[in-house]
Ligand binder design. Structure first.
Ligand SMILES: Cc1cc2nc3c(=O)[nH]c(=O)nc-3n(C[C@H](O)[C@H](O)[C@H](O)COP(=O)(O)OP(=O)(O)OC[C@H]3O[C@@H](n4cnc5c(N)ncnc54)[C@H](O)[C@@H]3O)c2cc1C
Ligand code: SF4
Ligand code: SF4
Length: 459
């Protein structure tokens, strides 16, 4: 019997809940379910008597090949291909937005434009992406879509667990060409799965990645809904995470929750969302061991243009990294037909736009790996090495965030009864950590001041 995902991944709290293992299992012995923290994990519906080990081979957190190795096989021989350790392989990079979908999309609407273009041009028969469900316990799920209107209603970012087990099974049953959207770890799982499964390999012909800094659990959405004033999450029918206001910069977006009576609850990034996001409350443990920022194994990766020259407007702008010559043609066609407003931008700018995520997933990851090693935890092999050499303040920040990540999950459970969250108690118990983070930031600013003064004098 080869090792399986339950023993190697789930028991070591390394599962991101992508569902690939359950989708590919030939015996269908795995099922994806919520755990108490509102994260998806697989469990065995009956004992596995095959022991083939396929589930583990497709898991993005197993020690199978890394993103660079897989990327070299897919993109390494394409003419004109470039490579940088930060981005992985890329042919070209663009900045822009969709003239049609910008307003209703998360950022510049280029992803929705690209997906609808794939359908319209007959390049694929189906788009596979997370879609709103109007089910309080499952607000989003991966669905197989075949028309422009459905793809448009799926636009926006799902900061909510979604899993691919059912769609992976359906793709194996229903012939056709598919395009799939995914976060970096999901795209890696798909690439591993297509290496093992001929039907998936022949049918999934385009992969679309989103840059990702972290995922959040279902309990995160319940907490923010309560913070916004809706304290009965059984009644929430839908959530939109990236509302834009004409009077605000796109970076201060709002979440909107709609309940069964069509009452709307709105909360802006600056009103408490950022506190939970930045401090990694409700983030799955697997995200602590992720080094892929730019979805290195996707044919095209979309992201927000978090650069001062673009993030001040209220509408949103995308950056994208292209890795496939066919995708380059589609982008050029969209520019020529005036469907998108886009131009080339340097890859350095693309990297700059995600500097915070790179710091988190590369520099800080190496210290997280060191800390995990010290504790004797089983951790996946990564492309950065464990290191204890990091500044004192950063060291403290990493520890504090890890503490908040763990505590937020438990404190939420302690203060959540009959579908209601006691936000006041939750916040008061998280407050000591928040205070320490604030003090740490202040200290950081003060230690920077003399450095700046010295530099000025030296100049
Ligand atoms: C969890 C998460 C973290 C992210 N972190 C960053 C970040 O740190 N920096 C950054 O620049 N961008 C990040 N993004 C990407 C960003 O939020 C936008 O999705 C991206 O800029 C595309 O914008 P758009 O207007 O082109 O997308 P839209 O036109 O709105 O289309 C988005 C498409 O992506 C699909 N989608 C939404 N959520 C998911 C999901 N969870 N998994 C798979 N497909 C999905 C939708 O179904 C839709 O088809 C993140 C996205 C997610 C979901
Ligand atoms: S394949 Fe996905 S769902 Fe399965 S164990 Fe790995 S991360 Fe979890
Ligand atoms: S941070 Fe990494 S592991 Fe977590 S959801 Fe994003 S891509 Fe997956």
């Amino acid at each position: 019997m080869k090792p399986n995902v339950i023993d190697e991944i789930v028991k070591n709290d390394l599962c991101i809940g992508c569902g690939t293992c359950a989708g590919i299992c030939p015996q269908k012995t795995l099922k994806i379910q919520d755990n108490e923290y509102g994260e998806y994990i697989p469990s065995e519906t009956r004992e596995c008597n095959s022991g083939c080990g396929l589930c583990l081979e497709v898991c993005p957190f197993s020690n199978s090949e890394n993103e660079t190795e897989i990327g070299t096989k897919i993109y390494g021989n394409i003419e004109g291909m470039n490579y940088l350790p930060e981005t992985g392989y890329y042919l070209d990079s663009y900045v822009g937005y969709s003239n049609k979908f910008r307003r209703s999309s998360a950022s510049g609407g280029m992803t929705t434009w690209f997906l609808t273009k794939l359908l319209k041009e007959g390049i694929v028969d189906y788009i596979v992406c997370p879609t709103p469900r109007k089910n309080p316990e499952k607000l989003f799920s991966f669905e197989i879509l075949s028309d422009e209107n459905s793809v448009k209603s799926a636009s926006g970012s799902a900061y909510y667990p979604v899993e691919m087990s059912e769609v992976i099974q359906k793709i194996q049953e229903i012939p056709g060409h598919y395009a799939v959207t995914g976060l970096p770890c999901f795209i890696k799982a798909l690439r591993l799965a297509t290496q093992k499964n001929k039907k998936l390999r022949e049918r999934i012909i385009v992969t679309i990645g989103l840059v990702c800094g972290q995922m959040k659990s279902k309990n995160y959405t319940k907490y923010i809904a309560a913070l916004a004033g809706n304290n009965n999450f059984n009644k929430i029918q839908s959530v939109y995470y990236r509302g834009k206001s004409p009077e605000k910069p796109v970076s201060d977006y709002y979440y909107q929750f709609i309940d069964e009576n069509d009452s709307r609850y709105k909360i802006f990034w600056s009103e408490g969302v950022s506190e939970a996001w930045i401090n990694r409350w409700f983030t799955p443990n697997a995200c602590n061991y992720c080094d892929d920022v730019f979805a290195e194994l996707a044919d095209v990766t979309f992201m927000d243009a978090w650069l001062p020259e673009y993030s001040k407007d209220s509408m949103g702008t995308n950056l994208l990294l292209v890795r496939s010559p066919e995708v380059l043609d589609i982008i050029q066609n969209g520019i020529n037909k005036l469907e998108i407003t886009a131009s080339k931008i340097s890859v350095e700018k693309v990297i700059q736009s995600q500097s915070g995520v790179l710091e988190l997933k590369r520099k800080q990851l190496s210290h997280r790996l060191y800390l995990a090693q010290q504790k004797g935890l089983k951790i996946p092999e990564k492309r950065v090495n464990p290191s204890k050499d990091i500044g004192l303040l950063k060291k403290r920040e990493i520890k504090l965030k890890a503490l908040m990540q763990e505590e937020s999950k438990q404190i939420f459970l302690d203060n959540c009864q009959s579908q209601r969250v006691d936000v006041k108690t939750f916040r008061s118990r998280m407050n000591p950590f928040v205070r320490q983070t604030y003090q740490l930031r202040l200290l950081g600013k003060f230690t920077l001041l003399p450095m700046r003064a010295i530099k000025r004098i030296c100049k």
